[in-house]
Ligand binder design. Structure first.
Ligand SMILES: [Zn+2]
Ligand SMILES: [Zn+2]
Length: 261
């Protein structure tokens, strides 16, 4: 009975997660890489060479595998929630709107912290090939890279999702919002185009929130920029590129284009 329900949930989540990946990454890829009608956006490509179909197909294969495992994680959480084992709740009145917003923000902060240190560990020579090489196979990322993770990396990422529902009470809406934020932010980080001017780092938004250039730098220089949502841990831990705060283009190329007095 439990196995049947687990299989039922797994199949449902697998379909949802896979469709979500192909739909969002597909639409964004088509919009920016095939139908890109804006010369200004085209000129702000972060790629060193055109996207290659062979590498995109590799990203897709890894993403299908990631969908299998994330669906298993979602099915396990749902089954545990049905049995009352998690802190997931359904009535907003239980803790109020203030807590709802707080729980969303604190979950993002915890996930960002977990991801930063996990990601740094993945780049240790001992773990890289086993756990994180697949994500970096494409060199310069595309939206298809946003969900391309090796199976062991997926398991380690899923640990956060399984643990968080036992650590803090989360409304179902907050859980869905968290998953949507992960998806959209990951596609944004792997967009391969910068939509803001090269001087945008001066803006507080770009100073504290990770975007396409910030993450593209990580894909070129693996010792920098391990964060997921916020630049805070990179700044604290000394893995933030100092050039990034002055000019996107200079930071991406790893050198200043003109002399600085
Ligand atoms: Zn990495
Ligand atoms: Zn990446």
């Amino acid at each position: 009975m439990t196995i049947e329900r687990l299989l039922y949930y797994w199949l449902a989540f697998f379909g949802i997660i896979l469709c979500r990946y192909f739909f969002i990454s597909g639409v964004v890829y088509w919009y920016f890489y095939i139908d890109n009608r804006w010369p200004k956006v085209r000129s702000q490509s972060l790629r060193s060479k055109p996207a290659h179909w062979k590498l995109i197909r590799k990203d897709m294969e890894l993403s299908v595998g990631a969908s299998v495992l994330f669906a298993l994680c979602a099915a396990t959480i749902t089954l545990a929630s049905d049995s009352g084992f998690t802190l997931l709740y359904q009535s907003i009145d239980r803790y109020g709107w203030g807590y709802l917003i707080f729980s969303y923000v604190i979950s993002l902060i915890i996930q960002d912290t977990y991801f930063y240190f996990l990601h740094r560990a993945f780049h240790h020579p001992r773990w890289f090939r086993l756990m994180h090489q697949g994500h970096h196979r494409s060199g310069d990322p595309t939206p298809w890279t946003s969900f391309a993770f090796d199976p062991l990396e997926v398991i380690m990422q899923a640990v956060f999702l399984i643990a968080i529902v036992y650590i803090i009470p989360l409304h179902f809406f907050v859980m869905i919002a968290l998953l949507l934020t992960m998806t959209i932010w990951s596609v944004w980080n792997h967009l391969g185009y910068e939509l803001f001017s090269s001087k945008f780092p001066h803006h507080w938004l770009s100073r504290w929130f990770i975007g396409p250039t910030h993450h593209a730098i990580h894909h070129r220089r693996h010792h920098l920029h391990y964060g997921l949502y916020f630049t805070v841990w990179d700044r604290i831990m000394g893995t933030h590129d100092p050039l990034y705060d002055d000019d996107f283009t200079e930071a991406l190329n790893g050198q200043r284009s003109s002399s600085v007095d």
